[in-house]
Ligand binder design. Structure first.
Ligand code: SAH
Ligand code: SF4
Length: 357
């Protein structure tokens, strides 16, 4: 099988093509001009084009569905070379703003949420991705391709400052080496140039792998999907808690190298009558004591057939106010893309259902 050229950093390509300087040209064609074939790389000699054609592919997946949300977010469904599908979402964090004279004051702010696996092994009770079980890891290039295709589809310039969150389908730390390679390819200066500090890896809390990620010293931000403050409840919601309990997750976070100006994000999925009470908020404050933490409350996004319910906004606000009153930074995740069912796995599920109808 041909190799995926998006698997490689420029300096990896320098080892694969001769002479070395061709790697920079190829990178320019792929990431700046965004050509789709090697034959469009006009300044390469014919024999190199042929060699590349025989050994590599550039794009290995295609966009099979696209949903636009009223808030400007766009959800994509990609079909991979083996017909499996994964999702990625372009989130519009801030609209373009103009000055009174019509000139641009601020460009839009984008965050892209990418998938790291087809399915997931972790099996959280509330998560739609978990329902289909685990199918396979994505290659580094398949992770990179989600962003490259979204850039291309929206004409986002290569020098734009875009953030990446690994919060799509899958558990990124279960696919650590491909994840690490994707992080490096994204930050390549001649490529998309998305610095590691603009990339956030979200994990269900595989403590041993958080330690391995820490040793790699990639400079990325960390987000922990906590969702519960006592082990009994967390085990019910996230079976991984049997292997790595809350204390072990918190310990690995304490060992994680965090830029002094940055914080570790703790995601807390608020589910009605499950974990939305003030007592939980109080426990959470204690648990995070001494950690450079910020908390992101996520309103559970119900899906068909699920047992969990969306929380009442007043309970979420009470929860938030308690954390704020104790000096913790706490945001409530706006339901970006809610109308296009932007939570993990929902577009894929819908697409599978449509195919079966
Ligand atoms: N596996 C990683 C990253 C992907 S999931 C992790 O669990 O952190 C990204 C986030 O989406 C997690 O915080 C997860 O709890 C959340 N999520 C899953 N299902 C959801 C739903 N139905 N509504 C809202 N958020 C959901
Ligand atoms: Fe996997 Fe994350 Fe879904 Fe849990 S929430 S099943 S870890 S994708």
């Amino acid at each position: 099988m041909k190799k995926h050229i998006l698997d490689y950093r420029e300096k990896d390509l320098e080892e694969l093509v001769k002479p070395k300087f061709r790697a920079k040209q190829i990178y320019g064609w792929i990431y700046n001009k965004r050509v789709e074939s090697f034959s469009s790389m006009k300044n390469l000699p014919k024999n190199l084009i042929e060699e590349l054609d025989n050994n590599f592919t550039i794009y290995s997946s295609k966009i099979v569905s696209k949903q636009l949300s009223t808030d400007g977010s766009i959800k994509y469904l990609f079909q991979l070379h083996d017909n499996h599908t994964v999702e990625a979402v372009l989130l519009l964090m801030r609209d373009k703003q103009y000055n009174e004279d019509g000139t641009i004051k601020h460009l839009e702010k984008f965050t892209v949420c990418v998938s790291s696996q087809v399915g997931c092994k972790v099996g959280c009770a509330f998560c739609l991705t978990a329902k289909g079980g685990f199918i396979r890891d994505l290659g580094a290039g398949e992770i990179v391709e989600q962003i490259l295709q979204i850039y291309k589809d929206n004409n986002i310039e290569s020098n734009r400052r875009v953030n990446i969150v690994y919060m799509g389908m899958g558990e990124p730390l279960d696919n650590l080496s491909n994840l690490a390679q994707a992080i490096k390819v994204f930050s390549d200066l001649d490529g998309l140039n998305i610095a590691p500090h603009r990339q956030t890896v979200s994990t269900s809390g595989l403590s041993a792998k958080i330690d391995r990620l820490a040793k790699m010293d990639l400079g990325i931000n960390l987000a922990i999907s906590l969702h519960a403050v006592d082990d009994e409840l967390r085990e019910q919601l996230m079976p991984i808690n049997k292997a790595y309990n809350i204390a072990s997750v918190i310990d690995s976070v304490r060992r994680f190298p965090i830029n002094l100006r940055k914080k570790v994000m703790f995601e807390y999925l608020v589910i009605k009558d499950v974990n939305d009470d003030l007592a939980s908020a109080k426990k959470l404050v204690k648990l995070l004591n001494g950690i450079q933490a910020k908390v992101n409350l996520i309103l559970f996004n119900p899906h068909e057939g699920g047992e969990f319910k969306r929380p009442d906004l007043k309970d979420v606000i009470n929860f938030q106010e308690h954390l704020l009153s104790k000096g913790l930074i706490c945001t409530v995740r706006e339901s970006k893309g809610l109308d296009i069912s932007a939570a993990c796995g929902q577009l894929r599920e819908q697409n599978l259902k449509d195919q079966n109808d």
